[in-house]
Design a protein. Sequence first.
Length: 135
Amino acid sequence: MRKIVQAGAIPFRHRDGDLEILMITSRSSGEWIVPKGMIDAGLTPQQAAEQEAEEEAGVRGLIRELIGYVETSKARIAVFPLEVKAELDVYLEKGLRRRRWFPAKEAAEKARDHDLGALIRHLRRTVRLQNPPAG
């Protein structure tokens, strides 16, 4: 069986010297995941990841370079970090999912997929290297 290709975003922000990840609940299982979905015709994977972040999690921000892939039984998901600049009060899937900020270490542990947890840990390490603490 050929896997479908999707795009996803790991929404993140800096808070009190740590990295936080915004996770949402799966509509089917209620488990903590990140926004992801099909790549609509005419969109790049990055644009699709931005769109999913806005529709499913109600966030907009700065999309970064591809960080890796999450492999599921049905899909191969290209994952992009998204530095959150705005949280929306009204968005497409509000009421269908919960959203919550987690410290990156906790988010990696809560991630349903092992690959996603690994990508969150990698993001935590690389963002920390790019943004050394002041002082």
